[in-house]
Design a protein around this ligand. Sequence first.
Ligand SMILES: NC(=O)c1ccc[n+]([C@@H]2O[C@H](COP(=O)([O-])OP(=O)(O)OC[C@H]3O[C@@H](n4cnc5c(N)ncnc54)[C@H](O)[C@@H]3O)[C@@H](O)[C@H]2O)c1
Length: 322
Amino acid sequence: MKKILVTGGAGFIGSHVVDALVEQEKTVLIADNLSTGRSAHVNPGENTHFFDVDITDRDGLEQIFRQHHDIDGVIHLAAQSKASPSLEAPGHDANINIHGTVNVLELMKTYEVGRFIYASSAAVYGDQETLPITEDAAVGPLSPYGVSKYAGEEYVKAYQRLYDIDARILRFANVYGPRQSVDTEAGVITIFVEQLLNGDQPGIYGDGKQTRDFIYVKDVASAILCCLFEAPSESGGDPVYNVSTGQETSIETLLRELSAIMDQSYHPLYMGERAGDIEKSYLDNRKLRTNFTWKPETSLEDGLAATIAHAQRSGDLYEKID
Ligand SMILES: NC(=O)c1ccc[n+]([C@@H]2O[C@H](COP(=O)([O-])OP(=O)(O)OC[C@H]3O[C@@H](n4cnc5c(N)ncnc54)[C@H](O)[C@@H]3O)[C@@H](O)[C@H]2O)c1
């Protein structure tokens, strides 16, 4: 596999995926409308080609497939990627996440591209009693975003059944790391780092004992590449995999770790519970680890240190992150 199309390749996760592909000397096509992504995050290598295109514009997207009829695989990350905006504008969320995904699948079918990676989310699970959450748990999304991500999954499975598309559906836990923007509820780590760096009081919703599964972005990028290039050891099964650490970390612990690494004291501001917030969540990653050669490599401490270091020296220019 030589030529890969990454939708959303200027975004937080997408830019790390592109970096990892470039490191493996692949030719990378990036389709992104820069709505939340940034051109400064796009790998400037000579084997990367950027297309400013909206995935809801099928004709615009088709230009890429026409120009590059030898695409070997598609990594589909472009999305309305947050829960709260989907509550404000569910139609907009559905248009990008469902209609946009169908456009990508249709073009894969037409241009006979075989391998497909679909970015889904732990948001499809909603609140679950049994932890850690396994892939066979009944879904119960709590936001239009969770619904649209799940609808995308079902389209992917339908195209897999109907046509010659070999897909993997990856449900990411809470991803963190360099280049994440602060204006996201998933980006609590980025928000805390910024607050601590500015000497502001970090704000905690609820009692801070709620837990999440925080996975470093480079471990997510390596999971995506493993799933793109490898075949699962158990073939023919359901193509859904959790991408997570399998460990839960409370918001309080997170803040304590961050302040210890930054050697900075803090006095959290407790802000009361947010409606709809889940108390505890972490995802079982055994299915991904047993089917592919992947495992998460980055400890929370190392990932947090890298995120802090990036925030401390962050500028607008593309910066390679080791
Ligand atoms: N960050 C997380 O914790 C997390 C967790 C679960 C799932 N995900 C999923 O992973 C994927 C990437 O998320 P992210 O955190 O990097 O978000 P992001 O917002 O940083 O990246 C999304 C990218 O898609 C682009 N985009 C948005 N709408 C588009 C459109 N209509 N046409 C073309 N490009 C468009 C944006 O400009 C951006 O570059 C998304 O599919 C998201 O749902 C993320």
